[in-house]
Design a protein around this ligand. Structure first.
Ligand code: CAO
Length: 415
């Protein structure tokens, strides 16, 4: 069976995390992704956070599966010529350089269009047009500038960044969707277009519910599902909500058996209104079903602290997985706090290809996260990341360069 993006050629000028996340997804769906790297160095992440001497780091390998790698000095005259041929042959150019780098290389949008009017040029930048557009941006800068940090953490503590890479990988996901949409539109227009995913915009999109809350706060001055209600104070901006649920059903993280020694012996408990009766039964508070102070969601809002304290008295008598099994029998939504160790060895994630073991010639076997998006007719097979320049000769051959030309490029340090 073919793959969804068979025949799509991607000129991959990405590095670090945000851009590589995007092109890895496209490669998993079957696109031919040609990663262009500087000879001798390559993507800076090849050597960042190394755990095996002289082998590509997990940082690099886990973001660059299913790609081909060529080395090319795109600032040299001969390198620019190779790049021109690549632009003419590819469908999409993806880049996440600092602002202006592609222009400085001599490849403006106008120039690329004149070389290949069908080409889609997709970019990750830190900020969209405006006062900060020239700034370089990394993950946590985006989390702070996109509203995530100011709304994450405990009320009495500083802003917090989250381990989920919503700035980098999140924006890579947004960009991938933009590219697929532009490819689809090209079927009718016959033309390429530019696709921009700014990291600030991507994070803000993922923090959409907090902009919802900002407007609710401005209108009513209070948000009853936040931990600041009823005893604390609300200011002018959405406060940090600790572990309160961001939706219409209150929730909280509760201790489970073993919490004193196990930092992950916790469970997220959602106090979903339709199963209130079952919750009361499970925790032994049947009288709350008819008690007017607790029987309705609105009555419970000022008493959420007491409600969750009572539920926690029960969860502390069970391990997180025991509690989950019992709660699921009653259709009560909950989530165990799973550690990376537990996820790495979870058999069901291995069975679905969400966690995959990959073999690498220099570093041996390692685990990675496979394609989280499953297409029934385009199944992802995760292939190891390329060594630096592993496919240079193969790709140059496809571009029409003969053995002598390639030798000349090599001796001139262009590749
Ligand atoms: N041959 C020759 N030169 C090359 C090349 C190649 N194959 N590949 C890259 N270069 C050059 C670029 O042209 C650029 O040169 P100039 O500065 O002279 O124009 C230079 O290498 C460095 O590129 P850069 O500015 O993108 O890299 P940096 O390390 O200084 O900055 C980063 C890194 C991530 C801060 C910046 O790229 C950025 O802000 N990107 C956009 C936002 C983004 O994606 N951030 C997420 C990164 S993941 O946390």
């Amino acid at each position: 069976m073919g793959k969804a993006l068979d025949g799509v050629r991607i000129l991959d000028f990405t590095h670090v995390q945000s851009g590589p996340t995007c092109t890895q997804l496209l490669a998993w769906f079957g696109a031919d992704v040609i990663k262009v790297e500087r000879a001798g160095a390559g993507d800076v992440t090849r050597e960042q956070l190394r755990d095996v001497p002289d082998a590509d780091s997990l940082y690099f390998t886990m973001l660059n599966h299913n790609k081909r790698s060529i080395t090319l000095d795109t600032k040299s005259a001969a390198g620019k010529e190779v790049l021109e041929r690549l632009i003419k042959r590819c469908d999409v150019l993806v880049e996440n350089f600092a602002p202006g780098a592609l222009d400085r290389m001599g490849f403006t949008w106008q120039r690329i269009q004149s070389l290949n009017p069908k080409m889609i040029v997709a970019s990750v930048k830190g900020f969209g047009p405006g006062p900060y557009e020239e700034c370089k941006v990394y993950e946590n800068v985006a989390q702070c500038a996109g509203g995530a940090a100011s709304t994450t953490g405990f009320d009495d503590g500083p802003p917090l960044v989250t381990g989920a890479q919503i700035g980098d990988s999140g924006t890579g996901l947004h960009l991938a969707l933009g590219i697929v949409a532009a490819l689809y539109q090209r079927n009718t227009t016959g033309r390429g277009q530019r696709v921009l995913a700014a990291m600030q915009d991507g994070v803000l999109n993922l923090c959409r519910v907090k902009l919802r809350d900002q407007q609710r706060l401005e209108r009513t001055g209070v948000m009853k599902e936040y931990p600041q209600y009823p005893d604390g104070k609300f200011g002018e901006a959405v406060p940090r909500a600790a572990n309160a649920s961001g939706g219409g059903q209150p929730g909280s993280i509760l201790k489970c058996k073993g919490w004193e020694t196990d930092p992950n012996a916790y469970l997220y408990f959602i106090c979903q209104a339709p199963v209130w009766k079952e919750i009361c039964k499970v925790i032994g508070k049947e009288h709350w079903v008819s008690d007017p102070d607790y029987s309705t969601p609105n009555a419970r809002l000022p008493r959420l602290k007491q409600v969750f304290e009572a539920i926690e008295q029960w969860t502390m008598t069970k391990t997180k997985l025991e509690a989950m099994a019992i709660l699921n029998e009653h259709d009560i939504p909950c989530g165990p706090i799973l550690s990376m160790k537990e996820l790495a060895y979870e058999p069901s994630l291995r069975a679905t290809g969400t966690i995959v073991e990959v073999d690498h010639p220099k570093r041996g076997k390692y685990l990675t996260v496979g394609n989280p998006i499953k297409l029934s007719d385009s199944v992802t097979e995760v292939k190891r990341s390329p060594l630096l320049g592993e496919h240079t000769e193969e790709v140059l051959g496809e571009l029409g360069y003969g053995a002598q030309d390639i030798a000349a490029l090599r001796s001139g340090k262009v590749i």
